[in-house]
Ligand binder design. Sequence first.
Ligand code: GLU
Length: 306
Amino acid sequence: MITSRFAPAPTGYLHLGHVANAIYVWGIARALGGRVLLRIEDHDRQRSRPEFEQAILEDLDWLGFMPDTPPTSAFRHGICEGRQSDRTAIYEGALASLRARGLVYACECSRRDIAAAGSVVDAGETRYPGTCAHKALAEGPGLALRVRLASHVERFVDGRHGPLEQRPSEQCGDLVVRDRDGNWSYQFAVAVDDWRQDVTLVVRGDDVLASTGRQIQLARLLGREVPPRFVHHPLIMKSASQKLSKADNDTSIREQRSAGLTAADVIGRAAHMMGLLNQRQPFAARQVATLEGISRIAARLRRTAP
Ligand code: GLU
């Protein structure tokens, strides 16, 4: 069975951008007869807050987007390993397997060092030039850990964009596994989780499209033979160049709920802003698989199933 996932970070309240993502995640998974896993991505320990996690669970229940596993109640009762902070031993194991193959090294570079030495590539990203790759620094507090990437082109077929290729070693250079504050990196945690949680379909916004080659490559280094399939969907924009953020309170679910909107109003608003509905009208979570833009992507994934 296809397993997709909804993976918010508890660093703020859910907003319309998350609703748009939920429409795609649940819509495509349901259209394909698959299930949805909920994962709380609290790898950034400094910015994550339990009250935001509570709010996410509540907002999902209110919206009617029900994860199949674990249910939101399991998070409330502490009976699941659905948070990244519950999964330290799994990340340690994955890190050990990379280390055993000589792929991990400690890095003492600060952000400023990297900005000064690295080259800026696409989308303003700085490529890490490998300054510490051969210093053989002893691992320890205050140092990041990186994994050596091969100069390899990653090819994948996105369910909306079609065939794509990315070369992570050129985009970002050797990837951070654990940062200087001791946090597992987004790329590493997600690659490990999607693999170990048997996620076979990743549906997320275009803002993380550049991460996909990295996560495919990391997962392969860890031993995942078949990568998940990917769909990257458009984002709801605040303006032509600015995406919505958690700071835009007028679009938070809480704000809209207290202004008197129903769950169907909020979902319909997001679907309309994404061009999935021609007009703004209430739309229930349980119906999202029937949206034409969603069933078209599901049909393409079905047709091109490996
Ligand atoms: N935790 C990420 C976010 O909140 C999810 C990115 C992903 O789905 O890989 O945007």
